[in-house]
Ligand binder design. Structure first.
Ligand code: ATP
Ligand code: MG
Length: 554
């Protein structure tokens, strides 16, 4: 894909320099998700960086599943991740699984043992923690640290053969228990886990730790620049140690950038999974989720996500980004692409008493005033239309320019109407309005004799199609609090469902079609819950600075 950012940042500087100085021939990057959940918008940043940089410098990017933890991984996630990366608009060169390298990793571990650089330890997980030391105190050597090469080779093989239960033994690197970098205090390289792996089944009962596996995966694939998030910075010396001591022919280098965090958003897969498992959302692709699949179902476009991430650039510092910036990019993209249409979310019937009964006239309207090439369409108008409940007030506050008794407004693209009568039910609720229209005021005919201050949208009653509207707000009521229960943090208004109408011009809409409903916002046809009988529309983003918001509670 063409690179849209002309940005320069510290990683691009490094890459440029490495190419110029001949330190690398061709750039190879990778996006290495663990298939233990669906991707979220934070991952999109990593995807855009890895694929974006390789594209820009004529290199390659692999999609590699970092599947070294059998307990949490699943093929459902493997499939979903591929779908999401492709949807974002990126094509990977190689598709790999870390688990395909288990045999080679095992052999590299054997090499470390032979070189006296690794040993089998019998300490328990608790003991390992207790003997690790602190930032100010060195750790203690394990009593098993000086086992002979032969004994280590034998024990490691027996670990592989399944002779020991989970947790009974680990393989550790022999580096330095007094290192100021805690990651270098004889880190664990292999652990025992008698668990079924999504890819290798029961073939293995020992699994490499991330810190050992990741550099080997990169080296095996010939990755040149291993780009990851900042929390791995302190692991870099260990990364380099593994590559060097395992005598890998290709030497990758790790560089770190800041994680993306969004306001009011939980971004870790662990918590997103909790939301799904506890049934607090409608699956990973709930339109309120910050997952790629959730954003897609909500109606965000890949272009808007990519331009959002481009604008953030790559900085070392992380920091929290306002969700509104993502919405801004969605509006910018949809403004050009989304056809305009009228929909009434909370309907109120209007009868135009002086309009001939049985008459229907077709009005020609622009599909998208921002793009003349999108042409025009015809919409019906007749004696009865639905308007929005909130576009009428019996007792209007000052500066309310919409419909109220005696006031005249424009029905968008149609005529001026004046409200004469308010019909109520026995409880005093307004159920219908009686208006008159002025035939002279038809839109597009150049009528200028009178002006009105309000223009409201409408849908013709007889042809109107019932539709459901889902109006979203942030999933969390405030900033995420790790201490508090998730359930209590859910914004009770995060979804409101309303039954209203769309115009007949939308009768052939399909899942994932996007529209700007005039004055309401951008909406997406929900791909999951839309049926042949009922179309469901998800609010993607509201229109900016809408009058509606300021005047909602008079
Ligand atoms: P999480 O903590 O959400 O589960 P993770 O880092 O464990 O995320 P991985 O599947 O290991 O998820 O991530 C794949 C890649 O995506 C890694 O290189 C990781 O650094 C990157 N990544 C994950 N979250 C973010 C984020 N919020 N911003 C930028 N990059 C991210
Ligand atoms: Mg992870």
């Amino acid at each position: 894909m063409e690179n849209t950012s002309s940005s320069s940042d510290f990683i691009r500087e490094i890459v440029r320099d490495d190419l110029k100085e001949g330190r690398v021939g061709k750039i190879v990057t990778r996006f290495p998700p663990e298939p233990n959940g669906y991707l979220h918008i934070g991952h999109a940043k990593s995807i855009c960086i890895n694929f974006g940089i390789a594209d820009e410098f004529g290199g390659k990017t692999n999609l590699r599943f970092d599947d070294t933890n059998p307990l949490k991984e699943d093929s459902e996630y493997v499939k979903a991740i591929q779908e999401d990366v492709a949807w974002l608009g990126f094509e990977w060169d190689g598709l790999y699984f870390a688990s395909d390298y288990f045999e080679e990793m095992y052999q590299r571990a054997v090499l470390l043992i032979q070189k006296g650089k690794a040993y089998v330890d019998d300490l328990s997980a608790d003991q390992l923690r207790e003997t690790r030391g602190t930032l100010t105190e060195p750790g203690q050597n394990s009593p098993y640290r000086d086992r002979s090469v032969e004994e280590n080779l034998d024990l490691f093989e027996r670990m592989r053969n399944g002779d020991f239960a989970d947790g009974k033994k680990v393989l550790r690197a022999k580096i330095d228990m007094a290192s100021p970098n805690l990651n270098l205090r004889d880190p664990v390289l292999y652990r025992i886990s008698h668990a079924k792996h999504h890819n290798t089944g029961d073939k293995w009962c020992i699994y490499p730790m991330y810190a050992f596996a990741h550099p080997l995966e990169d080296a095996i694939e010939g990755v040149t620049h291993s780009l990851c998030t900042l929390e791995f910075k302190d692991q870099r010396p260990l990364y380099d140690w593994v590559v060097r001591e395992c005598e890998m022919p290709n030497v990758p280098h790790q560089y770190e950038f800041g994680r993306l965090n969004l306001t009011n958003t939980v971004m870790s897969k662990r918590y997103l999974k909790k939301l799904v498992d506890e049934g607090l959302v409608d699956g990973w692709d709930d339109p309120r989720m910050p997952t790629i699949s959730g954003l897609r179902r909500r109606g965000f476009t890949p272009e808007s996500i990519r331009s959002f991430i481009d604008e953030l650039g790559i900085t070392v510092a992380g920091g929290e980004v306002d969700y509104k910036l993502l919405e801004h990019h969605a509006r910018q993209d949809l403004n050009l692409k989304a056809p305009r249409a009228m929909a009434v979310i909370r309907p109120l019937k209007v009868v135009i008493t002086n309009y001939p009964e049985g008459q229907v006239e077709m009005l020609e309207v622009k599909v998208n005033p921002e793009d003349p090439e999108m042409g025009t369409k015809q919409i019906p108008f007749s004696r009865e239309v639905y308007i929005e409940q909130e576009d009428f007030m019996e007792v209007p506050p000052p500066k309310y320019h919409r419909l109220y008794p005696g006031n005249e407004v424009r029905l968008k693209d149609a005529y001026f109407v004046t409200c004469n009568d308010v019909i109520k039910d026995e409880n005093g609720n307004v159920v219908e309005l009686h208006c008159t229209y002025d035939p002279e005021t038809k839109s597009g005919t150049g009528f200028t004799a009178r002006k009105v201050k309000g223009t409201i949208h409408w849908v013709e009653c007889k042809s109107a199609i019932p539709a459901e509207f889902r109006l979203y707000e942030p999933l969390l009521a405030g900033d995420y609090d790790e201490e508090a229960s998730l359930e209590e943090q859910i914004n009770p208004d995060s979804v409101k469902v309303a039954q209203g109408y769309i115009g007949v011009d939308l009768k052939d809409t399909r899942p994932q079609d996007k529209y700007q409903f005039v004055r309401q916002g951008y909406f997406n046809v929900d791909p999951k819950d839309t049926t042949a009988d009922l179309k469901v529309f998800n609010l993607i983003v509201s229109l900016k600075s809408s009058f509606k918001i300021e005047q909602k509670t008079p």
